[in-house]
Design a protein around this ligand. Structure first.
Ligand SMILES: Cc1cc2nc3c(=O)[nH]c(=O)nc-3n(C[C@H](O)[C@H](O)[C@H](O)COP(=O)(O)OP(=O)(O)OC[C@H]3O[C@@H](n4cnc5c(N)ncnc54)[C@H](O)[C@@H]3O)c2cc1C
Length: 387
């Protein structure tokens, strides 16, 4: 006979681990099913650091969710007795008109966020690590830093288990169905039943949930670590998280050096080559280094030292690059969270809370209407704006 749970969470990565934690904490009988190890480096949540910001240039509607996410990360640190979040401040560089600066300023003004705006000359004195054109300004925000993603997943999973969740690693979901009486999930090992299913399958979402009616584009992304020429300038405590906005709306970004991974991390934020998550080439190519090396040469010359590591990760891009968190339009027992488009990890703590609400009550008081799937039905008649 199959075993029954209140809720089965499919995919225990960044979002799924948080969903398991929030559900278990509320007394829900949870089964979390993950196809790989816990955590692992074959999805979207590995690489030792994820930036967390508050002045959200992508859209100011995310700011209230971010403020809740910050509180939940702090709560997770306290409950797990682990250091998961380093607050470093964030420096965003570009012309006043570029999306990064204009969007961050809008978010700062709309939500009264502590920030400073510096011109080219001030930047040279305050942040001598950067060599930027005279046309650039720098927006510095205080509430920014980075999370340690593998440790965040480990903490969510460990606490979920402490609250009674059952978590299975190295077990892949192969099929599922729902009807009026409940849901059935079949894996490579067993069959389980539940009242509700939550899908947090990241890059595999389109393979797991085929009838969402939207295209999720999975892309291959490279991350680089280098040995800076002047180590003292780039250490944690001396250097903030940073991003440089380009005219084509792409970014380069990076982190201070810290103990969890040797070297200074830098990467490009823009969708890379489309890939199948089951067939992705994880060995680095020569072009992967070319995605970040010229930026070091031009803007951070004292960081332009030898390459230490290049790692590969995946973005799951939604059609408008905003997240999709909702109940499934056709299956009443299904909740899903996907399409995090290369900027979702910082929200994982609050996404766990949102999907727990949706699975348990069918609704949430957290402000996520702008991330609902129905916005894509309006795409044909006009541009989709999450506001
Ligand atoms: C290079 C890179 C840099 C990034 N930088 C940042 C950043 O600085 N700040 C930020 O906020 N965000 C950043 N992001 C985005 C962020 O990391 C992702 O949005 C987030 O990690 C996505 O989490 P997820 O839970 O959707 O995916 P994942 O963590 O990949 O979880 C999905 C899980 O589902 C499992 N799964 C799939 N199919 C099955 C199945 N059939 N059976 C069982 N399990 C299954 C997978 O194995 C996986 O563990 C970055 C992403 C990348 C790739």
């Amino acid at each position: 006979m199959s075993r029954h749970f209140d809720t089965i969470v499919i995919g225990v990565g960044g979002m799924g681990s948080a969903a398991c934690y929030h559900l278990a904490r509320r007394g829900v009988r949870v089964l979390g099913i993950e196809q790989f190890d816990l955590p692992h480096d074959r999805g979207s949540s590995h690489g030792f650091s994820r930036m967390i910001r508050t002045a959200y240039y992508e859209h100011p509607s995310y700011v209230p969710l971010l403020q809740r996410a910050w509180g939940l990360w702090k709560q997770l640190e306290e409950e797990s007795l682990s250091k998961l979040l380093h607050v470093t401040g964030g420096l965003y560089l570009g012309t006043r008109e570029c999306e990064l600066i204009a969007g961050s300023l809008t978010a700062c003004r709309q939500h009264v966020l502590a920030h400073e705006l510096h011109d080219h000359r001030e930047l040279a004195g305050l942040f001598p690590q950067f060599r930027v054109p005279e046309t650039f300004v720098g927006l510095y925000e205080y509430q920014a830093g980075f999370l340690l993603p593998e440790l965040c997943i480990a903490a969510h999973v460990d606490l979920a288990m402490r609250h009674g969740a059952e978590i299975h690693g190295n077990e892949a979901v192969v099929k599922w169905k729902t009807n009026d009486r409940g849901a059935t999930v079949t894996t490579t090992r067993d069959t389980y039943t539940a009242d509700e299913i939550v899908f947090c399958g990241g890059a595999w979402t389109s393979k797991l949930v085929r009838d969402l009616g939207i295209e999720l584009l999975v892309t291959r992304q490279a991350l680089g670590w280098v040995q800076p020429l002047r180590r003292d300038r780039f250490q944690l405590g001396a250097f903030p998280v940073w991003a440089i906005g380009h005219e084509d709306a792409s970014l380069h970004y990076g982190f201070p050096m810290h103990a969890e991974a040797p070297g200074l991390k830098v990467a490009r934020h823009a969708p890379g080559m489309p890939v199948d998550p089951d067939a992705i080439e994880r060995r680095p190519h020569r072009e992967d280094e070319a995605s970040f090396r010229p930026i070091l040469r031009e803007y951070l010359p004292e960081a332009d030292g030898p390459t230490l590591s290049v790692r590969i990760c995946m973005y799951t891009n939604s059609p408008d690059h905003h997240f999709i968190i909702d109940r499934h339009p056709q299956h009443s027992r299904v909740t899903f969270a996907c399409g995090f488009s290369g900027h979702g990890f910082k929200f994982a703590s609050v996404v766990g809370e949102v999907v727990a609400d949706l699975a348990m009550k069918g609704r949430t008081t957290l402000p996520v209407e702008f991330l609902g799937i129905s916005r894509f039905s309006a795409v044909e008649s006009g541009p989709s704006d999450p506001a």
